[in-house]
Write a protein that binds this ligand. Structure first.
Ligand code: 5MM
Length: 345
């Protein structure tokens, strides 16, 4: 394991103003996104859409890494340049989603566990050859009003995340560890904080037990946020306070960075909530945050781009302007200097 290299890549990904574009939608997910703008999900349309994102002028100032899907890592731009090379040449690290999605956890009704460990060692070796510098595995858990997620589901998902992370580091690839507590449902913020705490505690226990080098990994968690159907929604400051409290209790200071997922928040909310956390740096009574707080947004970076593009070539320039602006605003949120009025400038 090349410790220095892992640490260098992890630190680069969370360098000042920068974050990750999550463009690793599996084919069923991108089909849903394309359906919403009446675009057929053909291999060429998926390639063209990703090319529009990756060739947007100036994004390398705010985007340090892109998570790709297996198909995309094997695709090229219109001029024949493989996407991984195109990104690398712009100073953007290519990454790869390696999990195979979540399946029902046997004997635990309502709970799921993410699959994909079988054959992962060989797969990582191939992805490394194709240019991947980092990888991502998402454990996704719903909250219901009873006992979901169960303690065992939390443990099983944390264990899988740690086995994946260890295999990545063995292959010289930085693991992004993504335990996502979904914001679907009517649960309140306290419940989200409680479940997120249990999950993070279990994840770092397992990472430690598996010998994963914390300095050479990144965490991609949900923010602590009330469920979408909860009647009591929270302000960005309340979300920031609860999220930071939860992270400080469970995430080692040795971790270089935390790259939040957007999880269904609007593009503006995801930017504002990240901004609120970074604005609490230093001025917060607890002192400076021990890790970089960044983004690894899928929907919050792409939803406005898809709505502008609509599959039409004559909309490409406008779609790229929209994408650049979202990257720039999240770059400002990295520094805690974003303000909602900038949305209209
Ligand atoms: C881009 O969406 C990713 C892949 O999802 P599927 O496996 O369902 O196709 C997803 O893992 C994504 O990287 C993260 O959840 C963050 O995306 P959001 O939209 O929550 O920021």
């Amino acid at each position: 394991m090349k410790i220095d290299e892992l640490q260098r890549v992890a630190e680069y990904i969370v360098s000042a103003q920068k974050g990750i574009l999550a463009a690793d939608e599996s084919n069923p997910t991108i089909r849903k996104r394309f359906d919403s703008i009446a675009v057929e999900s053909t291999e060429e349309n998926r390639r063209r859409y990703r090319e529009i994102l990756f060739t947007t002028d100036g994004i390398e100032r705010y985007i340090s890494g892109v998570i790709l899907y297996d198909e995309t890592l094997r695709q090229s731009a219109s001029d024949g340049t493989p996407f991984a090379k195109l990104l690398w040449d712009r100073g953007i690290m290519p990454g790869i989603k390696v999990d195979k999605g979540s399946k029902a956890l046997a004997l635990h009704p309502g709970n799921k566990v993410t699959e994909g460990l079988d054959g992962l060692r060989d797969q990582l070796a191939e992805y490394k050859q194709l240019g991947a510098k980092f990888a991502k595995w998402r454990a996704v858990m719903e909250i219901n009003e009873y006992d979901v997620p169960s303690p065992y589901a939390i443990r099983a998902n944390a264990h899988a995340l740690a086995r994946y992370a260890a295999l990545c580091q063995e292959a010289g690839i930085v693991p992004i560890v993504e335990p996502e507590i979904l914001m679907d449902g009517a649960h309140d913020m306290e419940r989200c904080e409680n479940v997120t705490s249990r999950m993070l505690e279990s994840v770092f226990d397992e990472l430690d037990a598996h010998g994963v080098l914390i300095e050479g990994a990144l965490l991609k968690p949900n923010m602590v946020i009330p469920g979408m159907k909860c009647p009591h929604q929270a302000s960005p400051e309340q979300i920031a306070e609860a999220t930071l409290r939860c992270l400080r209790r469970h995430v080692p200071a040795a971790l270089p960075g935390i790259v939040f997922l957007s999880g269904g928040q609007s593009a503006e909310d995801a930017t504002q909530n990240l901004n609120a956390m970074n604005a609490m740096n230093v001025v917060n009574a607890m002192g400076e945050h021990p890790w970089q707080l960044s983004f690894s947004y899928g929907r919050a970076l792409q939803a406005p781009v898809l709505a502008t593009w609509k599959g039409q070539e004559h909309n490409v320039a406008a779609a790229q302007r929209t994408f650049f602006k979202r990257c720039q605003l999240n770059g400002l949120a990295r520094e805690g200097i974003y303000s909602r009025v900038m949305e209209n400038s």
